[in-house]
Design a protein around this ligand. Structure first.
Ligand code: CTP
Length: 397
């Protein structure tokens, strides 16, 4: 859990985007944070405090005048690792920029010296107004961080100008990057491959595998949170692209090889989490092959071994995966480490319940060139990603 042991205040001001703050409170809590929600009076008109109390399991602060909590806003300004204001309405931004402290949220913000992340949300004309621009500029100059706003439909109708609050996942990713960034990853290019590849037999039939891309996407998300510039070379996958990560979409193993070869030239880290198809039809049809009676024999030829063929820059830390199905997995993984000239190989067993393809957990062993293998328990893929990046980080520093 990326936010285990972290304390976050979620300040919610009164805009219709409040409904998304419920999801944000939930996601922050799921990520392991202790989340204290502070609601303005207007926000409490949109969403009752009890909703946030149920989502976070903690009392919600709604006023400067709550019995026995007279100084709660000062404690909540000082103690948390991060204060997030989402939605940050034009009104709350203006009051914070002026240094007003006329309600519980603005009083907390005025007493805050640590990091603040704001997710502006307002009508597009309000966002474009010179007063709002000046307020945001002033707050950023004082150290505030912003995420969004996005361009897209507003409660009042369609819009092609910024104003809409960023999605909870984007706010969470921006918060992670603020709290979790680490020096060895700053300014480093990280290339992650993910998902399956697809090889056409004809325009409507393919050879592929059940990889979902979850492990690679979790690695990309975790590397972004640590401060890296991340490119995700993804085969076909339905997963949403992690916030802040650049996508390079491919279909076939040859396309993945070309993309990986081009991108690795500037990479400090390459992680090959993809499950590229190892074979492709030797003679793909240009049109749909009609169904015929009897068996169909298709000749398959080998696709390129991407890792085996890449020219990497000196010092690039390379991580491969070894997907095995029983037997002496460690020995086979070590052989892949040597044959493919890897720094680390991450061994997992596709037949083990809860590990491998199409599940949100994985149980892996991280094998380095010199160290003893690190055998991890069954963990969510994001936690597995963190442990893999810990190993890479030791090689980077
Ligand atoms: N890999 C690759 N190019 C391929 C196939 C796999 O670069 N055409 C990479 C995978 O992304 C992984 C590593 O090689 O990081 C090992 O993949 P795996 O499927 O376990 O092994 P293979 O090399 O395909 O060997 P085998 O199928 O014989 O186990």
């Amino acid at each position: 859990m990326p936010f285990a042991g972290r304390h976050v205040v979620l300040g919610v001001s009164g805009g219709i985007a409040c409904y998304k703050s419920c999801t944000l409170a939930r996601r922050l809590t799921e990520a392991g944070a202790a989340v204290d929600v502070v609601l303005t009076a207007a926000a409490a008109e949109f969403v009752r405090p009890v909703t946030f109390e149920a989502l976070t399991g903690r009392p919600v602060l709604t006023s400067l005048w709550e019995r026995d909590r007279a100084l709660a806003h000062i404690g909540l300004a000082r103690e948390p690792d991060l204060v997030i204001v989402a939605p940050a309405t034009a009104n709350v931004l203006a009051r914070a920029a002026m240094g007003l402290a006329d309600d519980v949220l603005t009083a907390l913000l005025l007493a805050r010296t640590g990091p603040v992340l704001a997710a502006p949300a307002m009508n597009d004309a309000m966002y474009a107004h010179p007063a709002t621009r000046a307020n945001l500029k002033g707050l950023v100059a004082r150290g505030w961080h912003l995420v969004g706003p996005d361009t897209g439909p507003l409660a009042e109708g369609p819009s092609d100008r910024p104003g809409r609050m960023s999605e909870p996942e984007a706010i969470l990713a921006a918060a992670e990057r603020l709290l979790l960034q680490r020096a060895p990853w700053q300014g480093k290019n990280v290339v992650v491959t993910a998902g399956p590849t697809r090889e056409h037999l004809d325009p409507v039939r393919v050879v592929t595998n059940p990889s979902s891309g979850r492990m690679g996407y979790a690695l990309a998300e975790a590397a972004y949170a640590r401060g890296a510039d991340v490119v995700l070379v993804s085969g076909p996958s339905d997963l949403p692209l992690p916030f802040g990560v650049t996508a390079h979409r491919v279909e076939t193993t040859a396309e993945m090889q070309r993309a990986a070869q081009a991108l690795v030239k500037r990479a400090a880290v390459l992680i090959m989490a993809a499950a590229p198809a190892d074979y492709r039809p030797a003679q793909p049809g240009a049109t749909k092959r009609p169904r015929a009676k009897g068996a169909l024999t298709v000749e398959l030829e080998a696709t390129p071994d991407i890792l085996g063929s890449l020219t990497r820059p000196a010092g690039c830390v390379v991580v491969g995966f070894a997907l095995e199905t029983g037997g002496d997995g460690v020995a086979r993984a070590r052989k892949k480490l040597q044959d493919k000239v890897l720094d680390f190989v991450v061994l997992n067993d596709a037949l083990e319940p809860g590990a491998g393809f199409e599940v949100s957990t994985n149980r892996v062993t991280i094998i380095g060139k010199d160290d003893e293998p690190i055998e991890l328990p069954l963990l969510p893929k994001r936690d597995v990603a963190e442990r893999i990046l810990d190993a890479v980080e030791r090689a980077l520093t």
